[in-house]
Design a protein around this ligand. Sequence first.
Ligand SMILES: Nc1ncnc2c1ncn2[C@@H]1O[C@H](COP(=O)(O)OP(=O)(O)OP(=O)(O)O)[C@@H](O)[C@H]1O
Length: 263
Amino acid sequence: MVSIDVQNAWVEFPIFDAKTRSLKKAVLGKAGGKIGGEGKVPVIEALRDVSISLQHGDRVALVGHNGAGKSTLLRLLSGIYEPTRGTSRIVGKVAPVFDLGVGMDPEISGYDNIIIRGLFLGMTRKQMESRIDDIAEFSELGNYLSMPLRTYSTGMRVRLALGVVTSIDPEILLLDEGIGAVDAAFLDKARDRLNDLVKRSGMLVFASHSDEFLKSLCSTAIWVDHGQVREHGPLREVLTHYKGRDPFANDDEHASVGAGGTP
Ligand SMILES: Nc1ncnc2c1ncn2[C@@H]1O[C@H](COP(=O)(O)OP(=O)(O)OP(=O)(O)O)[C@@H](O)[C@H]1O
């Protein structure tokens, strides 16, 4: 069973220049018999005292203003960042989809990229080989799949990347909003695949500014504000507080659409 347990976690980034100066000082300090105090290094506190417990089946929206700490939190939940203070415990295989194109090599073919990207997301070569036909059909790239990726347009790359990402079987799926930036018409086509992907995954945390996506994929939400968890609860409740209006208000007549919010 997958789970994530983060307790009193901080993620702090020392400011580089200041750190260099402080390092110099520390060295000088040592020579002179005096070491500069830790407090002299300015740090950006991207996350402050965050505690979150997530279980199998959770479908969590991550909302907050620019710079609130969503991406940092996703990296903490994926194990890419260790907390500088506090603890984090992640049980399960994480598929971090922060950037659709990451792990793609422009010099190799679309087919080879499908395998490489799949490996990056925790799949085996065999598993990816069995999915190639499905990804080829979905991406509609035809013969281009045997061409090097550098010959693709941006939109073609996105189709391929989205085809691969939606073909995996993730235990813990962490999505950054980049996926919502895909061309609307193609995204319509991807919607069912995205829904199926989320259904297959043991847990979803999805950072996005798109109400529509959050409503269709998530049932609870975490509102991150200035590096802290301001609210964690049912999707509708948290979104309403965060936005200052109820984003479900207009579709109450279609309230059954898996939103999971309170009525
Ligand atoms: N590598 C880093 N070094 C220094 N500061 C960082 C680093 N990464 C993030 N920060 C800082 O941490 C804070 C949170 O950033 P983060 O990218 O997590 O926000 P976000 O909520 O994802 O923002 P956005 O919606 O704009 O993408 C910001 O103040 C940012 O400047």
